[in-house]
Design a protein around this ligand. Structure first.
Ligand code: ZN
Length: 140
């Protein structure tokens, strides 16, 4: 077994949660979680491969955005449940009208939330990588 070598200059302790809280406003403004300058998205639903400013790779491997799909599905299901309950208990609409309105609201919410879900997931992966002290991250 090989012994780990210690870095001569101590780095400030950075936990994943602290990094996530710092990265979240950056990704909500569609900026790189690491530097806050580079654009996160090429188009509304399409991430850039990496940051044009600091070089952080947003999608390092196949399937790296699976977590954003789960996040999007979970949040959309909670929203859909709220819409269904709201329409049922707060309106006197027919079932057909409730389904039509509810379906439209849920689809619109899903389309609105998907890029946010991807951005949040980029921040989650970045914070995890910082917490794991991966060598491709350079927290700023
Ligand atoms: Zn960057």
């Amino acid at each position: 077994m090989e012994a780990k070598t210690e870095d001569a200059t101590p780095q400030p302790a950075q936990g994943g949660w602290d990094t996530f809280r710092k990265a979240l406003p950056r990704v909500f403004s569609k900026r790189c979680p690491q530097c806050g300058d580079g654009a996160l998205f090429a188009r509304r639903y399409s991430l850039h491969r990496d940051c044009s400013n600091c070089g952080l790779v947003y999608r390092r491997e196949q399937g790296s955005m699976t977590g954003s799909m789960y996040l999007s599905a979970a949040v959309t299901e909670i929203f859909a449940a709220g819409v269904a309950l709201g329409l049922f208990f707060l309106t006197d609409l027919t079932l057909t009208a409730m389904l039509a309105i509810g379906f439209a609201l849920v689809i619109a919410f899903c389309a609105w939330f998907l890029p946010h879900s991807k951005a949040i997931w980029v921040a989650v992966e970045y914070a995890t990588d910082v917490g794991n002290d991966e060598d491709w991250v350079d927290p700023r």
